[in-house]
Design a protein around this ligand. Structure first.
Ligand SMILES: Cc1cc2nc3c(=O)[nH]c(=O)nc-3n(C[C@H](O)[C@H](O)[C@H](O)COP(=O)(O)OP(=O)(O)OC[C@H]3O[C@@H](n4cnc5c(N)ncnc54)[C@H](O)[C@@H]3O)c2cc1C
Length: 451
């Protein structure tokens, strides 16, 4: 993967429609899958992406597609997503790199292993098979000497896909079903008539529509705020390393308390820290401090505070919070959110990997990049439609955002749910956990699991 940035070429340049059924804001995995499944329901869809398809988190992630360690409300949705990933290549006629080669959560201490084991009981209730591995089984599976980990929990039906291949491939499939996609097309504002969405105003003109999906990733809170919608979302930076090419000693996906590793199709490994949450301070750090307190308390020793969000980032001090429809918005000022990787994190993760994985002894960092993860206070997303009774006066708006570091794997099923919501079909899941109003109706913050 070479990281996408401001000057990355445009591949999707359909003309802006004057009128359509649904506009989707954002060309990450969530927006693209929503558009795809809306088209499957026969809807006319225009997807507007301010930068390029999968330019941000959706191409920078590890690609894990995991049921393991999910919030209970997400689990049935994630199980459906696995089913969709299994059939994706055949359905769209392009490979997406999906391989069901398991996810393994390793434990260095007995106490940690006991906590990991608790997951197996929840999995059983959903007929999902996760199994406990002892120290020698872990050593044999990961190709490492015995004694580094006292055990682990493996879910064989989990796996990974290649994000930078999968998302553009699904976008191409969507266009074959009639979806119009325009890159370098920021949506600035929503047009409202009689308390309902009646269109969007983009940097290239207006598109009339009565239904709208906001799938703006790290930018969603900023967009919503301009429309008077309270969406408490903060961003954390995560750095990923790609190693130099090396022999295959483990083909799955594993993580312990310090770092995660996975084999890549290009004969190298991806590595990332699991013990660092790197928050870049901005006005929202203070604005959303209260709802984020429980999450911060839980992982306090993992937080690393960086001085300030760089200029142009969604929550930079200089970023405007309000703008008019005819003014250049913050979205078009930064086409691709491309944070610099943290060099210290890259060095640290390489060190962990070389200490614990003999197969990487002679490897080094070939490439590193970073992504800004959009996080919610309770570590689960918002998937919700605003109806005519809502005081925001934005009936017709569906929000799907804040996937909190685990939105890639669940993307296809989340997109299908969004399509059903927008189309007005009943959804076969309880979405109460994902409602937007949980942040304003005095509900206590119920934290999702952190693995
Ligand atoms: C390093 C890292 C590792 C991760 N690992 C995993 C993993 O292994 N498994 C997993 O499931 N998840 C993982 N994630 C999380 C996952 O990548 C995200 O949850 C997911 O990609 C979110 O997708 P999205 O479509 O919501 O947002 P994004 O991918 O951020 O897409 C949002 C898009 O909206 C566009 N946009 C925003 N505002 C506007 C506007 N006004 N007009 C037009 N366009 C707009 C943006 O340009 C952007 O392209 C990881 C994330 C990172 C950063």
């Amino acid at each position: 993967m070479s990281t996408l940035h401001e000057t990355s070429p445009v591949h999707f340049s359909d003309p802006l429609e004057a009128e359509t059924d649904v506009v989707v804001i954002g060309g990450g995995i969530i927006g693209v899958c929503s558009a795809y499944y809306l088209a499957c329901l026969g809807q006319r869809v225009m997807l507007c992406e301010k930068g390029v398809i999968a330019g941000e988190q959706s191409s920078r992630n590890w690609g894990w597609v995991r049921q393991h360690g999910r919030d209970e409300a997400e689990l049935p949705i994630m199980m459906e997503s696995i089913r969709l990933w299994q059939g994706m290549a055949e359905e769209i006629g392009e490979d997406v790199g999906f391989r069901q080669n398991g996810v393994l959560y390793l434990a260095s201490t007995k106490e940690k292993l006991d906590r990991r084991e608790a997951w197996i009981e929840l999995a059983k209730q959903y007929q999902l098979h996760s199994k406990l591995l002892n120290a020698s089984e872990v050593a044999s599976v990961t190709g490492t000497p015995e004694g580094q980990w006292c055990g682990g929990v493996q879910t064989d039906s989990d796996g990974r896909a290649e994000p930078w291949i999968a998302v553009p491939a699904i976008a191409r499939a969507a266009t074959r079903l009639g979806v119009k996609i325009k890159e370098h097309c920021a949506v600035r504002n929503i047009e409202v008539t009689n308390n309902s969405v009646s269109g969007v105003i983009t940097e290239h003109g207006t598109v009339k529509c009565s239904r709208l999906v906001l799938a703006g990733g790290a930018w969603s809170s900023l967009f919503a705020g301009n429309m008077g919608v309270y969406l408490p979302q903060l961003c954390v930076r995560s750095t990923v390393v790609k190693t130099t090419q090396t022999k295959n000693f483990y083909s799955g996906n594993a993580a312990d308390e310090n770092f995660a590793f996975r084999r890549r199709e290009d004969n190298s490994y991806s590595l990332a820290l699991t013990d660092r949450i790197e928050h870049l301070i901005g006005p929202n750090t203070f604005k959303f401090f209260k709802p984020f307190m429980p999450a911060m308390k839980m992982d306090w020793n993992q937080y690393r505070i960086a001085p300030a969000m760089p200029t142009g980032f969604p929550d930079a001090w200089q970023t405007k919070r309000q703008w008019a429809s005819d003014a250049v918005s913050p979205f078009e000022k930064m086409r691709v959110l491309n944070p610099a990787p943290n060099v210290k994190s890259a060095t640290r993760v390489m060190k962990f990997a070389q200490q614990r994985l003999p197969g990487l002894k002679d490897s080094s960092v070939a490439q590193s990049w970073a992504g800004m993860i959009d996080s919610m206070p309770d570590i689960v997303p918002v998937i919700d439609s605003i109806d005519s009774a809502d005081e925001t006066g934005l009936a017709g708006l569906t929000i799907a955002t804040g996937f909190s570091g685990h939105g890639f794997g669940i993307g296809p099923a989340a997109g299908k749910i969004v399509a059903d919501l927008v189309y007005g079909r009943s959804v076969p899941y309880d979405l109460d956990r994902f409602r937007l109003s949980r942040f304003t109706d005095n509900s206590p913050i119920k934290l999702g699991p952190v693995f």
